[in-house]
Design a protein around this ligand. Structure first.
Ligand SMILES: CC(C)(COP(=O)(O)OP(=O)(O)OC[C@H]1O[C@@H](n2cnc3c(N)ncnc32)[C@H](O)[C@@H]1OP(=O)(O)O)[C@@H](O)C(=O)NCCC(=O)NCCS
Length: 158
């Protein structure tokens, strides 16, 4: 999963983040940060796309919506991460993950699902819009290294 994320970042953010920053991304550091998540299934659930013969080619991280103050709002689900290895893009893995993620977030009851996406990430925005997500007007920023990228929030109605 960590190497999928590093490879996806290097492709998706090639024009947006400094080359040295992207080259320095280390899957081992991500693994250390993510491992505690596995013990908190009520806060976050990780789904993987596993291609027979290849292994993990993508993953998502979903859970209740994280508010600015760090508390969770279970009235909304949140897609916190959605990454597919660039070698596998446009083969349906992302859509399969997105369907499974939304189904999981709505397993107990229908609720809107939110996500944040970088403004210039046209590929991801098109992907979410085709699924039915639309911007809800909220904006934010996402810091990576010394760079701050603008983000917009999308919502999929219940
Ligand atoms: C966004 C992302 C998750 C999509 O993953 P994916 O596996 O390529 O998704 P899919 O293959 O299901 O769909 C992608 C496109 O391929 C098309 N597609 C899917 N299967 C296809 C096939 N067999 N033949 C032709 N086209 C196909 C889909 O219609 C879709 O088109 P659209 O983007 O114009 O709507 C992936 O590009 C990614 O990891 N990007 C980098 C990370 C990122 O930006 N994540 C989001 C952060 S918020």
């Amino acid at each position: 999963m960590a190497s999928v994320r590093v490879r996806a970042w290097r492709s998706a953010y090639r024009e947006l983040l400094p080359a040295e920053y992207l080259a320095g991304l280390d899957p081992a550091e991500l693994v250390a940060g993510w491992t505690p998540l596995l013990d908190e299934p009520e806060r976050a659930t990780l789904l993987v796309a596993d291609l027979p013969g290849t292994g993990v080619v993508g993953f998502t991280n979903v859970g209740p919506y994280r508010q600015d103050d760090g508390t969770l709002d279970p009235a909304y689900g949140e897609l916190r991460s959605c990454y597919v290895d660039p070698d596998t893009w446009r083969n349906g893995a992302g859509s399969a993950l997105l369907h499974a993620s939304v189904d999981l977030l709505r397993a107990a009851a229908p609720r809107p699902v939110r996500l944040w996406v970088v403004v210039e990430n046209d590929r991801a925005r098109r992907f979410y819009e085709r699924f039915g997500f639309a911007p809800d007007g909220a904006t934010g920023t996402f810091d990576a290294g010394d760079v701050s990228l603008r983000t917009v929030r999308y919502v999929l109605p219940a």
